[in-house]
Design a protein around this ligand. Structure first.
Ligand code: DX5
Ligand code: ZN
Length: 218
């Protein structure tokens, strides 16, 4: 089973509850919440209070992608907000092993994200602490960018590691995924696909979600 995670970054921020309800009704099992601080990435979005309000509207998995410096300082807040998965960036934590352990000790699934310039090898010594690897296929900060093709090689490498070490590992891809390339992304080994502009920018959001899910699970 492969899971679609619509990113609310491309939704109307004044109507996030409705956006979530719409994509969940269309069958999306994860809701991807992009948290940006204006320091680690050149954009600012939302924090734990908005995530907490949103939780009341999310029936499925709340998948929080932290693009912030010093993520450790906010893990408890996102636990309190009701996050199911919290993903942190390898590049943003000085003691990433401990950060991942803390996420799990709070009772959430731990995700580790790699920027396009970070090699896959760095996850090997962290695999015991990770429930999900997120391969970024754009540089962080904005929706609607083009997919970086090399990300597919990285996904394949993570898939190989997963076969050896953790068959349950979730492998997520985020950035530049649309109906035109989602099949390729899944075939490379991704089982969770983030899509922002391709879902919320579509003329018919429901139809876009359904088409994604159908292509991902053919
Ligand atoms: C980018 C964010 C993504 C973004 C993807 O920094 O992490 O989740 O919403 O948007 P699209 O799917 O439009 O590339
Ligand atoms: Zn994201």
């Amino acid at each position: 089973m492969n899971y679609l995670a619509p990113s609310i970054l491309s939704a109307d921020f004044a109507a996030l509850g409705e956006a979530v309800t719409l994509v969940e009704a269309a069958g999306a099992p994860f809701i991807h919440v992009d948290v940006m601080d204006g320091h680690f990435v050149p954009n600012i979005t939302i924090g734990a209070p908005v995530a907490k309000s949103l939780r009341k509207h999310i029936k499925g998995v709340m998948d929080v992608h932290l693009m912030i410096e010093n993520p450790d300082q906010y893990l408890q807040d996102f636990k309190d907000a009701g996050a199911d998965i919290v993903t942190v960036h390898y590049e943003a934590s000085r003691h990433i092993h401990r950060t991942l352990q803390t996420i799990r000790s709070l009772g959430m699934k731990s995700g580790l994200s790699l920027n396009p310039g970070t090699p896959v090898e760095v996850i090997e010594c962290l695999l015991d602490e990770i429930d999900m690897v997120l391969i970024m296929s754009v540089n962080l900060g904005f929706g609607g960018q083009s997919f970086i093709p090399y990300a597919l090689e990285k996904v394949k490498a993570v898939k190989e590691l997963a076969k050896k070490h953790n068959k349950e590992l979730l492998i997520q891809v985020d950035g530049g995924v649309g109906l035109h390339n989602v099949k390729e992304v899944v075939e490379a080994g991704a089982n969770v696909v983030v899509a922002g502009s391709a879902v919320f920018g579509a003329e018919d959001v429901t139809k876009a979600v359904q088409e994604f899910i159908a292509l991902m699970n053919e």
